[in-house]
Design a protein. Structure first.
Length: 301
């Protein structure tokens, strides 16, 4: 264990281990992804998908190893017992920090299929990682403002089409589709600007989840609703690498997919949008209350 070293040294060691881990696995991943690209028929895609997923899961396991070596985090985790590695899941979580990604991957790796995130288009240019996300079929989305869409109406609906194409690939092999309903990381400034009705959360956006459920809702076994709380304050990624994340509390609930919403037309039916929004808002009220309860109990320890 290296967590007794000075934080700057721990951060440097963790950073080097994280980069070396990526540089080891990504080239292997790219070799098999190029083979997959050259053989674009369904049988080859199905045969190569488990290989790519095994590489990604091994990469995540190595991340967990250097985390254990450099961190002294107290993990308080509940609700992950009834998950299956060979089923399809929709995964939803609150979002506060880039650390959330490592927390989710660490806890869910090999418990459910590999998490697939919907990423901003610009992230494809991130060195090494952009190639890895592309190789693993993470969908890249273009975000346009309403003003832009008014000037370029031909771009409206492009994200929906990207989502449908991604979900068509996800339907071939068991997949976990990750959706941060807030759409961005929580900050007090964003919370105030939104005038969010929730104490610890930004307003949820139901559109992304609705598109995925519309495209492949019958495939999903359940929704895994995850709540992440950092009782000592939300860590930056650098603080995390330095081993300064002392505690993390994670709660998971496995919820049934609302059958009346599977295949429903969110974009074209106003009643369906209202039903989705009511359902998501109830999820968020429950999550907000749970976060308050966790923080209250943590403060009294």
């Amino acid at each position: 264990m290296l967590n007794g070293l000075p934080p700057l040294l721990v951060g440097a060691i963790a950073s080097v281990l994280m980069v070396l881990n990526a540089l080891f696995w990504v080239p292997i991943l790219l070799v098999f992804s190029m083979v997959k690209l050259l053989l674009p028929f369904t049988a080859a895609q199905k045969a190569l998908a488990p290989v790519l997923l095994w590489i990604a899961e091994a990469w995540i396991s190595c991340n967990s190893a250097w985390m254990a070596l450099t961190q002294r985090t107290q993990w308080d985790v509940q609700g992950f017992e009834d998950l299956e590695p060979d089923s399809w899941y929709m995964v939803s979580s609150n979002h506060q920090s880039w650390v959330d990604i490592l927390v989710l991957q660490h806890l869910l790796n090999r418990r459910i299929p590999l998490l697939k995130f919907f990423l901003k288009q610009q992230l494809i240019w991130v060195p090494v990682m952009g190639l890895a996300w592309w190789a693993l079929d993470f969908p890249f989305m273009r975000r346009h403002s309403e003003d832009y869409l008014k000037k370029h109406p031909e771009m409206r609906g492009k994200d929906q089409e990207t989502t449908r194409r991604a979900c068509a690939k996800f339907a071939l092999v068991p997949t976990s589709v990750m959706n941060f309903l807030e759409g961005t990381r929580f900050t007090p400034a964003k919370h105030a600007r939104q005038q969010s009705p929730y104490r610890y959360l930004l307003k949820p956006k139901a559109g992304g989840m609705a598109l995925a459920l519309n495209a492949m809702g019958e495939k999903f076994r359940a929704i895994v609703d995850i709540t992440i709380v950092y009782p000592d304050g939300t860590p930056t990624f650098w603080h995390f690498l330095q081993g300064r994340m002392r505690r993390v509390v994670v709660r998971a609930r496995v919820l049934p997919i609302p059958t009346h919403l599977i295949g429903a037309d969110y974009s074209g039916d106003a009643d369906v949008r209202l039903q989705y929004q009511a359902w998501v808002q109830q999820l968020w009220r429950d999550k907000d209350a749970l976060i308050g309860d966790i923080l209250g109990r943590s403060a009294n320890r």
